[in-house]
Design a protein around this ligand. Structure first.
Ligand code: MRU
Length: 355
């Protein structure tokens, strides 16, 4: 199985594979300050909810490591600015804020015990590395739970890119498919191209192809046609934020796939870590939806495909919980009523992982 490496902590800085150039070119950048890490998140060098969380954690760590602060009080004055800069990058993926909260907690804890700046810096770096390494374990557990619900053979469908590129582990939705294939299931994946940013065509197709998993790329307006064919056994996508009632924000286009899935009796599943839960909001109505540049709709790679007219670009939509057959997490599978099942998973011990 091929596992892409979208981000890495190194002695030189935070190294990111620039996903804007995939699949054509594999270009990496090394970032040595938190402002550049923030810019990389905002400009989609790295994307995908859990991977954005890893990048944010590393952004905080590099911010502390490279800080010019000469005392703990100076560092404490700078720290909220680092957090704020990273928080203002992308609004929808809650993993970003989860990672910032975790780094803040660690910072408060270590600075209550020591004022040694070198020790504080080393601790923050270790925490960011831990956030990263946990992604792999988490994804593998999600994969094991989800694989059980994949068909033994035949077609499945996904949306956007929820592979290793998007999680910095083995992938959430693609992790489920990878694990199912490793278990011997004979799956063939329909990959909607995911206009306007083309994460399906550029990234999911690239990852599946490298893993030798059979796929067929389709345009977004073919989804209904293929779901109606009766050949698709399951759909599995990732998530950017899951509200307390199970309503789920994911890449634009996910909602219409889920509705078409219900119409055609195809189970629609979400695969996401518990860090993607936002139990502070009662429903998907409260999820902030990122509005991106209309240029991404009217142009592809700088080539104009529409006249210079107004174009909308909500980057995410919200799928109401009634369309979701189950949510695969690293702690188990949640089913309706989600208000109860998500809460139970959130409070359950992290040790309750897949067998
Ligand atoms: O705009 P993006 O590319 O960051 O959006 C990514 C998605 O919507 C993914 O499906 C989601 O983050 C889940 S990734 C495991």
């Amino acid at each position: 199985m091929y596992v892409a490496q979208p981000i890495l902590w190194t002695d030189r800085g935070v190294v990111m594979l620039d996903q804007r150039f995939l699949p054509g070119e594999e270009i990496s950048h090394t970032y040595t300050n938190y402002q550049d890490v923030a810019k990389a998140i905002r400009e989609m060098v790295i994307r995908g909810a859990p991977a954005i969380g890893v990048a944010a954690a590393m952004g905080v760590a590099i911010g502390v490591q490279k800080s010019g602060a000469k005392s703990l009080s100076e560092l404490k004055a700078e720290f909220p600015i680092i957090l704020d800069t990273l928080a203002k990058t992308r609004p929808t993926a809650v993993d970003l804020f989860w990672a910032l909260d975790r780094m803040k907690l660690r910072f408060n804890e270590i600075t209550s015990r020591t004022s040694d700046l070198a020790q504080i810096s080393a601790t923050m770096v270790e925490e960011a590395k831990a956030v990263h390494s946990e992604k792999r374990t988490t994804d593998e557990a999600i994969g094991r739970f989800g694989a059980e619900l994949m068909p033994r053979e035949g077609y499945v469908m996904t949306q956007c890119n929820a592979g290793a590129l998007a999680t910095a582990g083995i992938g959430s939705a693609l992790g489920v498919i990878q694990v199912a294939v490793e278990q011997g299931k004979k799956l063939h994946v329909y990959v909607p191209e995911t206009r306007p940013y083309l994460q399906g065509a550029r990234l999911t197709a690239w990852e599946l192809h490298r893993s030798n998993i059979p796929l067929t790329l389709i345009t977004d307006n073919m989804v209904g046609h293929f779901l109606k064919s009766g050949k698709v056994g399951a759909i599995v996508t990732g998530a950017d934020r899951i509200a307390a009632n199970g309503d789920t924000a994911n890449k634009i286009g996910t909602y219409q796939i889920a509705v078409l899935a219900k119409e055609n009796n195809v189970p629609f599943y979400i695969a996401a870590p518990v860090s993607t839960f936002d139990l502070s909001i009662p429903s998907g109505d409260h999820i902030p939806i990122e509005e991106r540049s209309s240029d991404e709709v009217t142009q592809i790679k700088g080539i104009r495909i529409a006249p210079d007219v107004p174009a909308a670009h909500p980057a995410f939509d919200v799928t109401p919980n009634r369309y979701i057959a189950a949510i695969f997490t690293e702690r188990g599978v949640a089913r309706a009523p989600y208000a109860e099942s998500l809460h139970a998973l959130a409070v359950s011990a992290a040790s309750a992982t897949a067998k």
